[in-house]
Design a protein around this ligand. Structure first.
Ligand SMILES: [Zn+2]
Length: 414
């Protein structure tokens, strides 16, 4: 079954180079009066509406804008419980500390499989309704072998990518060194069948540089791709470690010194933007604007990172403590209005940038899986149609419900 979506006023392909690129001649990855043909789960054709081939079905976009679906490369959706009181306290002036994770851990351990599965499915549905078509989520509220394995298995049922975050927090009462050993040993073994990635919260109050190094080494040796929560609450070794270990992404990055920015930029030396096949990807800096707002933290320096030549992703960090929203549209709006990005830069960071952070961009070794985060022939048919003539409206009309239709792997989701 094929579907022609035509009369697209503005098609933001985010596809800049490579053989499948349409010859647009209209600036970086944007086509006007465009059309797309979906065939099964893949994109079969991209070009001008006037040249579009026939298909089994037709959807008239009536001049609206189409972008790749959001690629949300950072979320924590497997949890139970509520942290409204902590949020209220923070808004009343109390500082955020990593310890609130323990509250969610207790509630998550107490929840049944069925309850967690229902909560997770509801959160994924909310994300998709907001235009997210490719979603990473993490463990990290089990913090015990059986509970981490359960979280990983449930996440694998619901999300596109699963990350092992046993190293989220040392549980109350546990010895930090012994717990780190567990994360690197029996817990890693238990989650391994369900996850592609591992992550560590390298921060004062969570895991030290030395402990983080042990976690990253063990997980890399187990064949997992690496990610790091780093430099969120203050300056620290997270960024440096992420680059040293060749992590796909370091996330938060609020407090960066010149050496951190230079290390990130250096990881992208030799990269041709757009990702021609074979270009080695470096370490993406993933900014989490909703989290910065929700913790009243200084916004991550996304503008400075882009200017330095670092590839940036925007993600929701949806979690019950510091960013209880999966709205990537809100994050994009914030990145434009408060972080100094242009609309095209922000949209790119939340689509192609997320794909880069998950190594699912075109040119990545994707185990035969289709590329996401950009619109080109052969990529997964993940489209976000706005009730607006251009992506600019995401920032120009902040907070408006602009998501009009969503296709995920060729399936109409909304
Ligand atoms: Zn996080």
């Amino acid at each position: 079954m094929s579907l022609l979506i035509d009369a697209i006023g503005e098609l933001s392909t985010q596809h800049l180079t490579g053989e499948a690129s349409p010859a647009s001649g209209e600036g970086a990855g944007v086509l006007r009066d465009a059309a797309v043909v979906l065939e099964g789960e893949r994109i079969a054709w991209v070009g001008r509406s006037a040249d579009a081939p026939a298909a089994d079905e037709r959807y008239d976009a009536q001049g609206r804008a189409v972008l790749p679906g959001w690629v949300d490369s950072h979320s924590h959706l497997v949890f139970a419980g509520d942290r409204t009181a902590e949020f209220e306290a923070r808004m009343a002036g109390q500082a955020y500390a990593a310890g609130g994770i323990g509250v969610t851990t207790a509630a998550t351990r107490a929840a049944s499989d069925g309850e967690l599965r229902r909560l997770l499915a509801g959160r994924v549905a909310e994300a998709v309704a907001g235009g997210t078509t490719y979603l990473e989520t993490k463990t990290g509220y089990g913090l015990e072998v059986g509970h981490e394995a359960r979280s990983a298995a449930l996440a694998a049922e619901a999300a596109d990518e699963v990350t092992y975050l046993g190293a989220h927090l040392v549980p109350a009462g546990a010895d930090p060194e012994a717990y780190t050993d567990l994360v690197c040993g029996a817990m890693l073994e238990a989650v391994r069948p369900h996850v592609r990635w591992a992550d560590v919260f390298c921060e004062t109050g969570a895991f030290t540089e030395e402990q983080s190094r042990r976690v990253l080494t063990a997980c890399r040796d187990a064949g997992l791709g690496l990610r790091v929560h780093g430099n969120q609450l203050g300056p620290g070794p997270g960024v440096r470690l992420a680059v040293e270990f060749g992590a796909a992404s370091v996330d938060h990055v609020n407090f960066l010194d010149e050496a951190d920015v230079a290390a990130l930029a250096g990881s992208w030396a030799g990269w041709a933007d757009g990702g021609a096949a074979g270009d080695p990807a470096g370490t993406v800096a993933t900014v989490l604007p909703a989290c910065d707002l929700s913790t009243r933290a200084p916004l991550a320096p996304a503008r400075r990172l882009l200017d330095a030549g670092v590839q940036v992703a925007i993600a929701s960090n949806c979690n019950p403590g510091t960013s209880y929203t999966s709205s990537v549209s809100f994050c994009v709006t914030t990145a434009v209005l408060q972080m100094g990005l242009t609309v095209q830069e922000a949209v790119r960071a939340a689509t192609f940038g997320g794909a880069l952070a998950l190594r699912r961009h075109i040119g990545a070794d994707t185990d035969g899986q289709r590329a996401v985060g950009s619109i080109a022939v052969g990529h997964r048919a993940d489209l976000h149609l706005l009730d607006a003539p251009s992506a600019t409206h995401l920032a120009y009309r902040p907070g408006m419900p602009l998501t009009h239709a969503v296709w995920r792997a060729g399936q109409r989701m909304r």
